[in-house]
Design a binder for this molecule. Structure first.
Ligand SMILES: C[S@@+](CC[C@H](N)C(=O)[O-])C[C@H]1O[C@@H](n2cnc3c(N)ncnc32)[C@H](O)[C@@H]1O
Length: 283
């Protein structure tokens, strides 16, 4: 059986939230992607679709990382708000870095005719997303899926290769749940490329906090790190809150907003991942 990846876990959480407030299309895309993920995807779908399976998932979450699914919902809600605002403020392009099986790109392309939305991810994930969108007969004009490795020397080469990307247009870049899989040098190179190569970039991204000097969620069990390493998805880069502003500044970006994990009205259910919005100071 194929193995479970972190993007599949995020997708399973999205499917499970359907009954709450996730937009139906978001859940349909996550479900269709999981259906394309072989045996492990089918097993995850079985778990979320059955009461017993949901109990198992809830128990695993309580033991391994309490609040993880609610954390995904928390960050996705806020990212969608910032994305809607950026589109209202005139963003003409959106780039989703490590888009995985998320439905935001599709939703934005459908809601904003004329907006160009580029999803970048590894070849295997892009192939799954393509098949899933095809199965759902979703072909929004303006949505471009591009396979790339963001860890390479020129992380934006895939964007430039197509001819339909215009670096001079105001561009919203979203790196949700992906920078932690890059080394510090690779993450810096990626953020610096966004700041340097785009005329008017707005960057919405997440970065792991440091816990005992290592990137990780505050409440994660030690097994989580071992599982991520065995899966080939170890967290490589993280940044403490005092260093975040300087780290962004070194990449040519200015921190403009940070989602407060201790927000009294809407706190992060599982803290340990910063969610922020940054811009180039002169843009
Ligand atoms: C935890 S998932 C997050 C997916 C999505 N952004 C979300 O939050 O729903 C991480 C995603 O980053 C992608 N990714 C990790 N390292 C990458 C790399 N070096 N190049 C391209 N994509 C990468 C994975 O394939 C996966 O889809």
């Amino acid at each position: 059986m194929s193995s479970v990846s972190t993007s599949m876990l995020v997708a399973a959480a999205t499917v499970q939230r359907t009954r709450a407030h996730v937009e139906a299309e978001d859940a349909a895309i996550a479900r269709a992607c999981l259906a394309q993920c072989g045996g492990a995807g089918s097993a995850l779908l079985w778990l979320v679709d059955h009461a017993f399976g949901r109990l198992v998932l809830a128990w695993l979450e309580r033991v391994l990382l309490p609040g993880l699914r609610a954390h995904y919902a928390w960050r996705k809600r806020r990212i969608a708000q910032w994305a809607r605002q950026a589109c209202a403020d005139g963003a003409a392009q959106v780039v989703l870095l490590g888009a995985g099986y998320d439905g935001l790109g599709c939703m934005l392309a459908r809601r904003h005719p004329g907006l160009r939305v580029f999803e970048l991810d590894r070849e295997a994930s892009i192939a799954i997303k393509r098949r899933a969108l095809q199965a759902l007969c979703l072909h929004p004009t303006g949505l471009y899926l591009r396979a790339t490795d963001l860890a390479r020397a020129d992380p934006l080469a895939a964007l430039r290769s197509g001819g339909d990307f215009d670096p001079k247009l105001p561009t919203l870049c979203i790196a949700e749940g992906v920078l932690m899989y890059l080394s510090q040098a690779q993450a810096s190179a990626l953020l610096s490329a966004l700041a340097r190569d785009l005329a008017r970039p707005t960057v919405v991204a997440t970065a792991m906090d440091l816990r005992a000097g290592r990137p990780g969620f505050h409440r994660e069990h030690a097994w989580v790190r071992r599982w991520l390493a065995r899966r080939g998805e170890p967290f490589l880069w993280g940044c403490g809150r005092p260093e975040l502003t300087a780290a962004l500044s070194a990449c040519g970006l200015q921190l403009q907003a940070l989602a407060d994990p201790a927000d009294p009205v809407d706190p992060d259910p599982s803290p340990g991942e910063w969610l922020f919005l940054a811009r180039r100071p002169d843009a």
